[in-house]
Design a binder for this molecule. Sequence first.
Ligand code: 13P
Length: 252
Amino acid sequence: MRRKLVVGNWKMYGRLASNRVLLEGILTGVRELHGADYAVCVPYPYLAQAQSLLQGSNVAWGAQNVNQHEEGAFTGAVAPGMLTDFGCSYVIIGHSERRGLFHESNEIVDAKFIATLKAGMKPVFCVGETLAERESGITEQVVATQLKSVLSYAGVQALSNAVIAYEPVWAIGTGRTATPDQAQAVHAYIRGCVAQHDSQIAQSLCILYGGSVKANNAAELFAMPDIDGGLIGGASLVADDFLAICRAGVRT
Ligand code: 13P
């Protein structure tokens, strides 16, 4: 039986004062929830704040990106060991905003995936198709290519310490959520692809859905057999909304 996981992706939002209100609000509500896992992935400068407010609680924290190198002359980059210095458990890898806006290729994303694992953190590895790709009927091919790339680079065993997030690009920040059936179909496909390599790892693999998950649609998405929780953007910035989604993770 897989545990549900709800992860907030704050993207480039937040300030010290508002973060404190948000994290304290989340902590108050999440304290009474059991049976699921929770995390927030915050901007780098706020990792120390997340660590000091969340340590000892049932909310983990992590980053939204990492550099693939251990150290070196990479101005502006952040190494995996710097994230573990601040207690990070998760790193979002290959988000479509990084793939698209920052031109991260499968090769770069795969190297970041390995670097995250090597440092002892869990990659939340994002896959998903654009609207044009869905409309041309190649959703499965796109997702399979992204998956195959990391599988051939890291090996299926690596997935036993990772999380996959299916995030259709057309559903991110648009208010246009995939229907539970649309999401379930891709999640089942992803699990099937992994099962071709190792059926046990596939069965225990946590596959999150991301893309306009809100308080009013989380429960029906999380009720689908292959949807193991959510990667939440906008709604993770409001404590009550994030908590409602966390509660949906417990109920199903
Ligand atoms: P929204 O929930 O704002 O659509 O963002 C989803 C996302 O990109 C999470 O990584």
